[in-house]
Design a protein around this ligand. Structure first.
Ligand code: ZN
Length: 213
């Protein structure tokens, strides 16, 4: 386990989880992430070397570790009070804009018969509102897409910033998820993490992972 602990996930029995940093080993099944909003359900351990594209993965297979790789984007780990499933979501600004977290909550309900009020969602280390500065066009598109989320938009005369963690938090609340936690670490501010914006590298990222025991 890494140092980035979730108060809520740590109370759930029968799961292991880890929000990774530069030192975390990438030993979990991950999707070919494409900054889209497709949710993949895995109901048996995939064959070796199989490539499945998507940005959200959910499973109820035991002893099968799933993860998402990020470097500023948000890793969101999910389970429920009865640990009947686990999920890992990659939500960058595109995934946030297209509400991948809402699609994930709907698929969990459809496939695992879990009520949103029993779901636990934790938003991990990722670029925070201190650092996610955007241009005028994207800022306007976001405000139009999320007109009720005024607290997520921060601007002064020089900069426009979007709070992606808080948008996902509010979307989860709207979906009826009551147990939502944000880990505040900012990947751009903290050198223990890879940061796309700071390092300008698309190949380096950390993994966040979760599994049912
Ligand atoms: Zn920051």
């Amino acid at each position: 386990m890494s140092n980035y602990k979730s108060r809520k996930l740590s109370t759930i029995k029968n799961i292991n989880y880890s929000f990774g940093d530069k030192k975390t080993k990438s030993d979990a099944f991950t999707l070919n992430q494409v900054h889209g909003s497709d949710v993949v359900i895995v109901d048996k351990v995939p064959d070796n070397n199989i490539i499945i594209s998507g940005d959200s993965i959910i499973t109820n297979v035991k002893n099968f570790s799933i993860g998402v790789k990020t470097a500023d984007c948000l890793p969101i780990l999910l389970t429920d009070k009865n640990s009947s499933f686990v999920g890992a979501v990659h939500a960058g600004w595109r995934g946030t804009f297209y509400k991948i977290i809402c699609k994930t909550i709907n698929k969990i309900g459809d496939n695992f018969n879990v009520n949103p009020k029993d779901i636990i969602a934790v938003i991990g280390p990722s670029i925070a509102n201190c650092c996610f500065e955007v241009g005028e066009d994207l800022y306007k598109r976001f405000i139009k897409n999320f007109p009720n989320f005024k607290s997520c938009f921060l601007q002064d005369e020089f900069k426009k910033k979007i709070d992606l963690k808080r948008i996902n938090y509010l979307l989860l609340e709207e979906m009826g998820v009551r147990e939502v936690e944000i880990l505040n670490e900012c990947t751009k501010c903290n050198p223990n993490f890879y940061s796309y914006r700071r390092d300008k590298s698309k190949s380096q990222n950390q993994i966040s992972k979760i599994n049912l025991n």
